[in-house]
Design a binder for this molecule. Structure first.
Ligand SMILES: N[C@@H](CCC(=O)N[C@@H](CS)C(=O)NCC(=O)O)C(=O)O
Length: 248
């Protein structure tokens, strides 16, 4: 298996819920390994064939949409992605990617000390720190609008949700989409001309924005970015392995 596929699985959502475990380190001169995951849908390239073992699947609770308690046995927060590599258990997609790149795939990060390395770091943090929060709020408020509730509460709840979305959440998402669209005018990939793990990390908020945040052909560079990401052979292998995912 290759690193692209490997990292790719990090995002693969609880819905498809595949857990992987890193099963090895260095092996006959090659490097192999994998991870224990669920959620998301990402993709990468490069390690060793048979690098990981499919271990266990965690299914989201259909009602709460939360991960099952069993995932807390892996990490106390019970979130995905989470990896195990030998004695190490590591959560947080950005930290996981950085760990995997450092340990198994240095080619997925720009050379330290370059302007690209700084951009790489920026987008690694930006994805979960800035891009995801308004998209998560959108998810929550969309659900409030659709949630079953007593008829006399419904108009009030819907009005509050609609107001929060129109006054804050949607303008914030738009602000970020415009920003990311213009940043991709500077280089092919987020950190520069080379594909990097920062693109993997950024692909998750962009997939979420395409699913629920209004990312469409009005944002041609972001749309093309997603198409390029999805066309990567390793991304396809990740889907073959983990099954389709759905971000609502
Ligand atoms: N900032 C964390 C977010 C982790 C996270 O919230 N994952 C969600 C899925 S994308 C999850 O596990 N949801 C199920 C739950 O909270 O029980 C990361 O980047 O890894």
């Amino acid at each position: 298996m290759d690193l692209e596929h490997f990292l790719g699985r990090l995002g693969h959502a609880v819905d498809s819920g595949t857990a992987f475990k890193i099963v090895g380190g260095r092996h006959r001169g090659g490097i192999y390994g994998a991870f224990e995951v669920s959620i998301g849908n990402i993709h990468c390239t490069g390690i060793h064939r048979q690098a990981y073992e499919e271990d266990q699947r965690y299914q989201r609770d259909r009602r709460t949409m939360l991960a099952p308690p069993a995932l807390r046995a892996v990490h106390p927060l019970g979130k995905s992605p989470v990896i195990s590599d030998g004695d190490l258990t590591l959560a947080e997609s950005g930290a996981i990617l950085e760990y995997l790149v450092e340990r198994y795939g240095p080619g997925f990060a720009p050379r330290p000390g370059t302007p690209e390395a700084l951009r790489y770091r920026y987008w690694m943090h930006y994805a979960e720190g800035s891009a995801m929060p308004p998209l998560l709020l959108k998810l929550v408020f969309d659900r409030i609008e659709r949630a079953p509730m007593p008829f006399f509460v419904r108009p009030v709840a819907r009005a509050i949700a609609a107001r929060a979305k129109a006054s804050f959440i949607e303008p914030q998402i738009r602000l970020h989409l415009d920003y990311m669209e213009s940043e991709l005018g500077k280089s092919t990939w987020f950190a520069g001309e080379q594909f990097s793990a920062a693109d993997i990390q950024m692909s998750f908020p962009l997939e979420a924005a395409a699913a629920r945040g209004g990312l469409d052909t009005r944002f041609p560079r972001l749309t093309a970015f997603l198409q390029r990401i999805r066309a990567r052979p390793a991304y396809q292998r990740a889907l073959d392995k983990g099954g389709p995912f759905e971000l609502r």
